[in-house]
Design a protein around this ligand. Structure first.
Ligand SMILES: *[C@@H]1O[C@H](CO)[C@@H](O)[C@H](O)[C@H]1NC(C)=O
Ligand SMILES: *[C@@H]1O[C@H](CO)[C@@H](O)[C@H](O)[C@H]1NC(C)=O
Ligand SMILES: *[C@@H]1O[C@H](CO)[C@@H](O)[C@H](O)[C@H]1NC(C)=O
Ligand SMILES: *[C@@H]1O[C@H](CO)[C@@H](O)[C@H](O)[C@H]1NC(C)=O
Ligand SMILES: *[C@@H]1O[C@H](CO)[C@@H](O)[C@H](O)[C@H]1NC(C)=O
Length: 816
């Protein structure tokens, strides 16, 4: 600072003057005095919070782009003027003027004002950056203007985000509506995400909703009028992490997604971990690939990539494919036009009516109508039974292509149409220019066929491939295109199916190592009699189902009669190995403490909720049991074997009987046996059975003298709810360890609600998550075998309900 001051003697005088005024008052060491200035050219100059956690300074983003930003651990959490609005060059300054205004100028010698706080004449005397990350312009002690109240793209712990606020990043914006609905929009118009948070406890009436990230890692919606009744939006379940120097924040990223991050100073500068993502399928973010860009996933399914619809287009910026595509020859300028066919694709726009005509038409009519319409640029035909055709007539269209989509799209181009070659791995990693693509032309008529496997082998030697897998954490990106393996490759990977990991309903699972050294679990499917196309569709559905608590499908093989699935390998194997003693009475695994069990139970519930309620094509698991609950090295739970039930049921529905693999004794819902319709509630039943076993550490159907020759679950009900002997039914191995008895009680209640005979009595999976998280309360369950008729009790206690009761009694009292 010193050298700059010397150059501006008049400023120096003011500074002195203010210091004198101030020293009579209450100026703290961290107070920033009017007249202070930060220079982009002086990189280490900054205004810091008292314990140096937060820093306001210029940060260099690229060669000649700087932002005046507040950072935590090297991560910008507020930018003066926002991004890209506040981008400035190296001669920029941030001045806290004597008038009280904070101004970002693009030049130190009085350039234009890029951004200002508009706080002149409000009597501001001092500014400070607090240890919560809030920068305040104050009149004495009273904050007049704060960064918490003027957020840019981030909400910090302790910051209140209300309906008056907006987060922005490029063209994307995030707002909270009065209804409590969270919305993400593109260019302030196109809505691509909206969510009234979970509805298990209905009637959450908000008067002045506010969003806040709590220090414990809970992102919630609350109403200052009813502070005791918050709604959960998301939760960072990393209980194990240190609280002290860990910051949790919500950020609207430049890719249009809203995420919760954790950043810990101890993890190194700039490091942050994604904990929650609003739009799980990144390609569903409108405009992610710019105008005319098509969003799709690379072969590994981890990263969204942007391509042009056909070779009639080129990237606007070859260095940044997200900027979109432009016609090589404008369709207004050519005499003849054609339509390029894009299979499994859709042109997105929310709501769909926003910029398009739609009507019912077959594919050909959908193509032809757009071709002959002078304004239409693209059309999408839905093959979902509705036969709806959307015609895109706006200037901006945003595309998405994935094998999981059943719709077909057309894009208008100048004749001739030049379709894209199949996606190559090259496009995944543009940086490795030296890469050569292995292309085999299998006969002229077949066209170009890319041998992905050949590519994989080729890729093995390149660092890019491995880093690709580690770079994209599975939770970070959604929908994907699985790798296709040849049977021979999988025979090699598993050394001829040598090391069996387990045997499931659909076949055996073997350990394998891919040529890129990645360890995988290869499942050899048995009894899948259907055609290749059907199988691939299922594979696409499974691989587009991504959740932190679901096992990831990496690839498949469909060759002749061989049907195999390649999954990620989880180090700790399945839950059953931790729960029950082996035949000789010993346990081959360590004892899972209660905290881990509860974490697993919650993870399981979340994974299944995702299958039932949140993913695109809802999936009934059909075989939830400890053998299908896998654990990673940190004992995080991943549900496996989902999406397969459909494969079997399609096989002539002959698998409903117990003789079949579907459902496993002890976990199977009674409606399977009774041949009644199967719903998601069948999974809820199985979940309840597993949960009870996690508490007790033994199989529910085991009958012993200890249980008076009754089924464990019946005996345990009496012990628990009639004799209040909870410890009596708990896993003996937990004795002496730290156990949260309230959690145990909650888990037991949940499990008995789940194992009710009548499916309608069982709670929804999403409700279970809320109960386990302690957000919703749960009643004492009825005895599962009891016949319960129409006036079914509800498992959930609603805080709303309680409140009305209170009000009623108050009113009655007043009435008297
Ligand atoms: C500052 O901004 C003005 C107007 O936006 C522009 O004309 C001028 O060239 C900029 N100066 C610098 C140094 O960037
Ligand atoms: C800095 O202060 C904040 C708020 O008082 C506190 O939460 C945080 O732990 C402190 N950080 C350090 C490194 O002391
Ligand atoms: C965003 O919307 C404005 C008007 O609402 C429009 O003028 C502008 O072209 C839009 N931006 C893009 C990239 O389409
Ligand atoms: C949330 O808000 C959006 C935009 O106003 C609206 O389209 C959507 O229906 C709302 N969702 C609910 C559940 O009310
Ligand atoms: C956020 O809102 C809560 C509840 O209304 C209030 O107690 C708290 O002081 C507010 N925090 C800030 C930083 O304004």
């Amino acid at each position: 600072m010193g050298t700059k001051k010397m150059k501006f003697p008049s400023c120096y005088m003011k500074f002195l003057l203010i210091c004198i005024i101030c020293s009579g008052g209450s100026c703290l060491a961290q107070d920033i005095i009017p007249g202070s200035t930060l220079y982009a050219s002086t990189p280490h100059q900054s205004w810091k919070s008292p314990n140096n956690t937060f820093i306001l300074s210029f940060v260099q983003q690229s060669d000649n782009t700087y932002f005046a930003a507040i950072t935590y651990n090297g991560i910008p959490i507020w930018k003066a003027g926002g991004d890209p609005g506040g981008a400035v060059g190296s001669s920029a300054t941030l001045s806290f003027l004597p008038s009280g205004d904070l101004q970002l100028l693009n030049s130190s010698t009085g350039g234009s004002i890029v951004w200002r706080s508009n706080t002149s004449g409000l009597g501001i005397t001092v500014a400070s950056l607090g240890d919560s990350g809030n920068f305040e312009l104050k009149k004495g002690d009273i904050p007049v203007w704060t960064t918490f109240d003027n957020p840019t793209d981030t909400i910090l712990t302790g910051q209140n985000f209300t309906v008056n606020h907006v987060l922005r990043s490029g063209l994307y914006s995030f707002r909270l509506l009065l209804s409590g609905n969270l919305t993400l929009r593109w260019n302030d118009t196109v809505l691509y995400y909206s969510s009234l948070p979970m509805d298990a406890l209905s009637n959450f009436t908000v008067k002045s909703p506010s969003l806040g990230m709590q220090p414990e890692g809970i992102f919630q919606l609350f109403d200052p009028l009813f502070p005791s009744n918050p709604r959960l939006i998301a939760r960072d379940n990393d209980y194990g992490e240190i609280r002290g120097n860990t910051l949790r924040f919500v950020k609207l990223d430049g890719d249009g997604n809203l995420r919760i991050y954790t950043s810990s100073v101890s993890s190194g500068s700039g490091n942050k971990v994604v904990r929650w993502t609003a739009v799980s399928d990144q390609c569903r973010v409108f405009g992610y690939c710019g105008n005319m860009g098509i969003c799709t996933y690379d072969e590994l399914g981890f990263a969204p990539i942007c391509r042009c619809p056909s070779q009639n287009f080129e990237l606007i910026d070859p260095k940044d494919s997200r900027k979109g595509c432009k016609y090589k020859e404008d369709i207004q300028d050519c005499p003849d036009r054609a339509m390029v066919l894009l299979n499994n694709s859709v042109f997105l726009s929310y709501p769909p009516e926003y910029d398009s005509d739609f009507f019912t038409a077959n594919m050909e009519a959908c193509r032809f109508n757009c071709l002959t319409d002078s304004v239409c640029v693209a059309s999408t035909s839905f093959a979902d039974g509705t036969g709806v055709c959307y015609m895109k007539k706006s200037r901006f269209v945003s595309g998405y292509q994935s094998p999981a989509l059943t719709s077909t799209s057309y894009v208008k181009v100048c004749d001739p149409a030049l379709p894209n070659p199949p996606l190559s791995i090259r496009e995944v990693n543009k940086k490795s220019d030296s890469l050569k693509i292995v292309v085999a032309a299998l006969g002229g008529s077949l066209g170009m066929v890319i041998l992905i496997c050949g590519l994989l082998l080729h890729y093995r030697s390149k660092p890019g491939y491995e880093s690709l897998l580690s770079q994209y954490s599975p939770s970070e990106y959604a929908s994907g295109v699985p790798i296709r393996f040849t049977y021979k490759q999988l025979v090699q990977a598993t050394k001829g199916f040598k090391e069996k990991l387990g045997e499931g309903g659909f076949g055996s699972v073997y350990r394998g190592v891919l040529s890129n050294k990645i360890v995988v679990a290869v499942k050899q499917l048995e009894g899948i009699g259907q055609g290749e196309k059907q199988f691939k569709m299922e594979v696409a559905t499974i691989s587009s189902t991504h959740h932190l608590n679901l096992v990831r499908l990496l690839g498949y093989c469909s060759e002749g009669r061989h049907r195999l699935l390649v999954y990620e390998f989880l180090k700790n194997g399945s839950l059953d190995r931790f729960l029950y003693s082996s035949d000789n009475g010993s346990f081959d695994k360590k004892v899972l403490d209660w905290q881990s069990r509860y974490k697993i139970a919650l993870g399981m519930a979340k994974g299944i909720t995702y299958l039932h309620e949140e993913c695109r094509d809802c999936i009934l698991h059909g075989d939830i049991k400890p053998e299908n609950i896998l654990l990673d090295e940190n004992y995080n739970c991943r549900v496996s074997d989902f999406g397969l039930a459909k494969l079997l049921t399609m096989d002539k529905q002959r698998h409903r009987s117990l003789s079949n693999v579907r459902g496993t004794r002890g976990y199977i819902a009674p409606e399977w046996l009774a041949n009644l319709p199967i719903t998601a509630k069948a999974d809820v039943y199985s979940y309840g059975m597993v949960l009870l076993e996690m508490v007790s550490g033994r199989r529910n159907f085991e009958v012993s003298s200890e249980t008076n020759k009754k089924k464990f679950s019946s005996w345990a009900y009496e012990e628990c709810f009639e004799k209040d002997n909870i410890e009596g039914i708990m896993d003996k191995r937990l004795v002496g360890s730290e156990v949260d008895m309230e959690q145990v009680m909650r888990a037991i209640r949940v499990s008995y609600w789940c194992i009710q005979e009548q499916p309608t009595l069982r709670p929804r999976m999403g409700g279970i998550v809320q109960v386990l998280e302690g957000i919703a309360q749960i009643h004492i369950p009825p005895l599962p075998t009891a016949k319960i008729e129409a006036t079914a009790p509800s498992p959930f206690m609603s805080p709303e309900g309680r409140r009305t009761e209170e009000y009623t009694s108050i009113l009655l009292a007043e009435g008297v």
